[in-house]
Design a protein around this ligand. Structure first.
Ligand code: ATP
Ligand code: LTN
Length: 328
C-alpha cells in the first residue's frame, strides 16, 4: 500500500491542518510505504515572501516529525528537491482541460482574494495530480477541502492511461470520520483556514495554553444549551464536538453522552483543556526539532533521495509513452 500527501509551507498550521493532515499522516504511515511532501512549489501560486517560504519549509518539516512521522519509516521531503514534480505537472497539463481547471472551487476562492491571479494558481491542480501519480499512490490522506482536487487527479490519470496506455494507479482519498472540515471558531460556517479568517477563529498548533483556552471559550456557540451534534442547527457546538473527538479519540456519540446535561460553559472549558493536553507535547517536540536545522536538513535530504528514486520510473514511463525520443 502506497500513501502520499502534501502540505504547504505557508502560514501557521492550525488545528484543522492537524485534523485533516498531520494526525492522518502519522496514522496512515503504519499502513505501508508512505511519502509526505512539503509542497513548496504549490506555495508560490499566490504572492509569497521568500524569507517566509524558506523558514516555513523548515517549520513544517519540524511539525511533521513532531506530530508523529517516523523518519525511519516514512519518506518526508521537499517538493522542489525532486524535479520530477515540476516535470510531471507540465506533462499532465496536456491531459487536463481549461474547463476542468476553471471549475475548481479553491481556484475561484483564492482568485477572488488576489489582485494578481497567477497562471500558477490556475495550474495548481495539475501539479498536485503529478505529486500523487508519480508514486503510484493507493491512498491520499487529506481534509474535505481537497476532495475536488483528488477527483480531478483521478480523472486526469484515467485519461492519460486511456490515451497512452496503463501508466498510473488510480488513487483514493482518505478523510477523517470527524474533523474532516474543522470550521472557523468565529464563523462556524466557514472552514478554518491558514489564509482566510481572523486570528481569533483558529487554534494554531503553536498557540500557548492560555491562548487556546481563551479562543475556545470565546468560540461562537449556538442558541439552546444541549451539547448535540447538528451541523444545520448547531454549527458552532458541532465544530467543538468534532474538535473534542480530534483531541481525545472519542466518537461524536461518546462526547455527546459525556456532556449530556452539561451546559456550553463546562463543555467549552473541557474542549480547551483537551486541546492543551493534545498540543503541549507536540509543541515540546517541535521546539527541539526546530532548534537543530542541520539535523532537519539531513533528514529532508535523505527523504529527497528516496523520493527521487521512487518517482523516477513513473516519470520515465510518462515521457516514453507520450512519444518523447529517449537517448539510447
Ligand atoms: P488554507 O487553510 O489556507 O486553505 P490549505 O488548505 O492550503 O490552507 P495545507 O497546509 O495545504 O492548507 O493543508 C494541509 C492539510 O490540511 C490538507 O490535507 C488539508 O485538506 C487539511 N486542512 C486544511 N484546512 C482544514 C480544515 N479546516 N479542516 C480539516 N482539514 C483541513
Ligand atoms: N493542495 C493541497 C496540498 C497538496 C497535496 C498534494 C495534498 C499538494 N500536493 C498531494 C495531497 C496530495 C492543499 O492545499 N492542502
Amino acid at each position: 500500500m502506497k500513501v502520499f500527501s502534501g502540505i504547504q509551507p505557508t502560514g501557521e498550521p492550525h488545528i484543522g491542518n492537524y485534523s485533516g493532515g498531520f494526525r492522518q499522516y502519522a496514522a496512515t504511515q503504519e499502513q505501508g510505504e508512505a511519502y509526505f511532501c512539503i509542497v513548496d512549489l504549490h506555495a508560490i501560486t499566490v504572492g509569497h515572501d521568500p524569507k517566509e517560504l524558506y523558514d516555513g519549509t523548515l517549520d513544517i518539516g519540524a511539525m511533521l516529525f513532531a506530530t508523529g512521522l517516523d523518519p525511519e519509516r516514512s519518506t518526508v521531503f521537499v517538493q522542489s528537491h525532486v524535479t520530477a514534480h515540476a516535470e510531471a505537472a507540465w506533462l499532465l497539463g496536456s491531459v487536463t482541460s481549461f474547463g476542468e481547471l476553471r471549475r475548481m472551487t479553491q481556484f475561484k476562492e483564492k482568485a477572488d482574494q488576489q489582485e494578481f491571479v497567477s497562471a500558477a494558481l490556475f495550474g495548481y491542480p495539475t501539479l498536485m495530480a503529478g505529486d500523487i501519480l508519480l508514486y503510484q499512490t493507493d491512498i491520499v490522506p487529506i481534509g474535505d477541502d481537497q476532495r475536488q482536487h483528488l477527483e480531478l487527479t483521478r480523472d486526469v490519470a484515467e485519461r492519460f492511461n486511456q490515451r497512452f496506455g496503463e501508466t498510473f494507479r488510480i488513487p483514493d482519498g482518505v478523510y477523517p470520520e470527524a474533523g474532516a472540515r474543522v470550521m472557523d471558531l468565529q464563523e462556524p460556517t466557514k472552514k478554518m483556514s491558514k489564509s482566510f479568517g481572523t486570528e481569533a477563529g483558529k487554534v494554531l498548533l503553536m498557540d500557548d495554553a492560555d491562548t487556546i483556552r481563551r479562543k475556545v471559550k470565546r468560540a461562537v456557540a449556538d442558541s439552546g444549551r444541549e451539547v448535540r451534534h447538528d451541523l444545520d442547527e448547531k454549527p458552532g457546538i458541532s465544530n467543538l464536538i468534532e474538535l473534542m473527538t480530534v483531541a481525545t479519540g472519542e466518537t461524536i456519540q461518546e462526547v455527546e453522552a459525556r456532556f449530556d446535561g452539561h451546559g456550553y460553559g463546562d463543555f467549552k472549558e473541557a474542549v480547551g483543556e483537551a486541546l492543551v493536553a493534545l498540543l503541549t507535547p507536540i509543541q515540546e517536540r517541535y521546539r527541539e526539532l526546530r532548534s537543530d536545522p542541520a539535523e532537519l536538513g539531513r533528514l529532508l535530504a535523505i527523504g529527497a533521495d528516496k523520493a527521487r528514486e521512487a518517482s523516477a520510473p513513473t516519470l520515465e514511463a510518462m515521457y516514453e509513452r507520450m512519444g518523447f525520443a529517449q537517448p539510447s
